[in-house]
Ligand binder design. Structure first.
Ligand SMILES: Nc1nc2c(ncn2[C@@H]2O[C@H](COP(=O)(O)OP(=O)(O)OP(=O)(O)O)[C@@H](O)[C@H]2O)c(=O)[nH]1
Ligand SMILES: [Mg+2]
Length: 387
């Protein structure tokens, strides 16, 4: 049986200007030659590597495409990006013996390094250049190198070095697990304090309905954004008070769920109420709300534009942020503060960062094995990540 010739759509599905289809396998060249008519009339087998050829796909009046030999067994076809154009190019290859596989399957079979492969999958889901850069470092071996160092240390009974290496990697577990999955930040507080207005200010557009009526927000309104290059999902919620009506109570219940799931809570207060009464109220509530006690919370005093002077807010603890959703004052500080709380220490370029739950779980097991001075277990666990 001849080795299969794979046909892989490299560009994401959907409409775009240009799409790229890869043909890979020892018979890639003859397969493409059957489908492609170069304008030059020169057979593509004569074409040097990495040179491009323009021509028609199929018949003389077929789709115009650009073909490039990337290596002896890999040829790229660059065609129009419309869904039908890509389909037509691929169908012709498949009819003539090509076997379609997904880019994920292709990467899995063609990469010798599973960790690098996982990094490439994750990169496709990285929403910002900053997160993609961290993943690119892992693709280039940042994590593998450090894991090998830990293995080496454990093998020579240098337990302290092994432990330090693992700890240094694990300090970035939260950052790593949020490279492709946004941090969840939830705005909460009493009705009418300006939660929706703050969400809109942070977004820079009117995402949530604002009104002078307390109890305006009922659903959880989310918004994906980036703070300092870290992906963040901001959620605005119903103001929390004993339910007025059924609908508002339902909103409050949704808000409670969002709070439970959040990695960070932004507790919004009305500055005109004075911080001490707010704190008293907050303490009473915190007792009732166990979930909140485990959370990282940033306190915000909003509507400071209504105060004659900042001093009028009274003495407030360090770290409380004063904002006005109306004038935009304090919004930049609030965003910066959220960034600092979520990622207090950003990984330096080239740092080893674990980026899947499986990797983090294995590193936790490795830490236990190191504490137990069990070199064989360290080896098994770390090799499961590397190879
Ligand atoms: N002066 C002033 N008014 C504000 C500020 N922020 C919000 N408001 C006003 O306060 C009222 C309530 O604002 P919302 O953003 O709807 O408040 P909310 O906390 O989302 O209210 P609920 O959804 O009902 O819980 C609106 O009339 C806003 O225009 C602010 O910083 N300064
Ligand atoms: Mg609201």
């Amino acid at each position: 049986v001849a080795a299969p010739t794979y046909v892989i759509e490299l560009t994401p599905p959907g409409r775009a200007a240009v799409a790229v289809v890869l043909v890979a396998g020892t018979n890639a060249l003859p397969l493409v030659a059957k489908c492609f008519a170069p304008l030059s009339g020169q057979p593509i087998s004569n074409m040097p590597l990495r040179r491009i050829a323009v021509g028609r796909w199929g018949q003389l009046n077929g789709e115009e495409v650009v073909v490039c030999r990337r290596s002896d067994h890999e040829i790229e076809i660059h065609c129009h990006g419309g869904v039908a154009a890509v389909r037509a190019v691929m169908n012709r290859l498949i009819e003539r013996g090509g076997q379609q596989i997904s880019w994920q399957q292709w990467l899995r079979q063609s990469s010798a390094d599973p960790l690098a492969c996982a990094a490439r999958f994750a990169m496709a889901d990285a929403p910002t250049t900053r997160t993609a850069a961290v993943l690119l470092d892992q693709f280039h071996g940042a994590l593998t190198t450090r894991l090998r160092a830990a293995l080496e240390a454990a093998a020579t009974n240098d337990w302290e070095a092994a432990q330090n290496t693992i700890e240094r990697i694990l300090q970035f577990r939260d950052v790593g697990l949020h490279l492709t999955k946004p941090w969840r930040v939830v705005l909460t507080g009493a009705p009418n304090v300006g939660k929706s207005s703050l969400l809109n200010s942070m977004a820079g557009f009117q995402r949530a309905v604002v009104s002078p009526l307390p109890g305006t927000t009922r659903d959880v309104v989310t918004l994906n954004t980036a703070i300092d290059g870290w992906p963040v999902q901001l959620a605005d919620t119903a103001g929390i008070r004993a339910g007025k009506d059924e609908l508002e109570s339902a909103g409050v219940a949704l808000a409670q769920t969002a709070l439970t799931d959040a990695e960070l809570v932004v507790a919004v207060h009305d500055a005109t109420m004075g911080f001490h009464s707010i704190l008293r109220q907050g303490n009473r509530k915190a007792g009732a709300d166990r979930a909140m006690q485990q959370k990282r919370v940033i306190h915000v005093l909003n509507k400071i534009d209504l105060l004659a002077s900042a001093g009028q807010a009274g003495d407030y603890p360090l770290g409380v942020i004063l904002t006005s959703a109306l004038t935009g004052e304090g919004i930049a500080q609030l965003l910066a503060s959220i960034g600092r709380v979520l990622v207090p220490v950003a990984p330096a370029p080239g740092a080893a960062v674990p980026f899947t739950p499986d990797q983090v779980a294995s590193l936790d097991l490795a830490r236990t094995a190191i504490n137990q001075r069990d070199a064989a277990a360290v080896r098994t666990v770390l090799m499961s990540v590397i190879a």
